[in-house]
Design a protein around this ligand. Sequence first.
Ligand code: HEC
Length: 206
Amino acid sequence: MARLFILLSAAVIFSFAGPGTSAAQQDSPEIKDHIFLENPAQNAEAEAGRIYQALKDEMEVSYEMSGIPEIKNYQSWDSFNSLPYLSETHGRRYVNNFANKIGADYGKLAKGEKHAPGTVLAKDSLTLTDSGQFFPGALFIMEKLAAGTNPQTADWRYIMISPDGSVFGDTTGDQRANVDYCHDCHKVRASYDYVFYIPEEFRRNK
Ligand code: HEC
């Protein structure tokens, strides 16, 4: 009898979760809870933006301790996002995107076009801890090298700088193996010169 009961309840749960019951789901309390739970996510971006304003000067100074000249004053470059947004692909960090003058066409390339050598794209980040606090995160960099310099990565150099200013990896220098995975993922955007651009809702100029 007990077993039959379990089987029946499993069938009920299954029928609610199955396709074709979307109308029922829309009215279900779980869906309403889910919508309610989306608000904290929006607040998280606003909160990240506020904390970023307080920490960004200190972050720039720390990243520059890496001694990598290409990122000097990156916060004075064009910035492309409205608020820090959650990037699952960069270790669940809240990120911002900057491009230097040569890379001013970031996000505007037509299919098949390439960025000019000297383009530097920088993405700094805040890490959100499980207890809900933001801390400076890593700086992610892509630099377009002179044509033919590094064919394995389509002449892109990938660098990751830790928040304390140490170089975690640089595809043209120390700890290459630590950042080989960058190009492996960026490869899927080969037709746009390996650049993804940022989610539409967080673009500064939509
Ligand atoms: C699993 C996929 C993935 C991996 C791994 C990855 N990226 Fe990205 N990268 C993305 C996506 C998607 C975007 C754009 C959206 C975003 O910011 O999340 C992006 C954006 C960037 C940008 C801004 C230029 C652009 O493409 O829009 C830089 C700079 C960057 N990544 C550097 C790095 C570096 C350095 C590493 C390695 C340490 C790395 N990425 C690893 C997927 C990845």
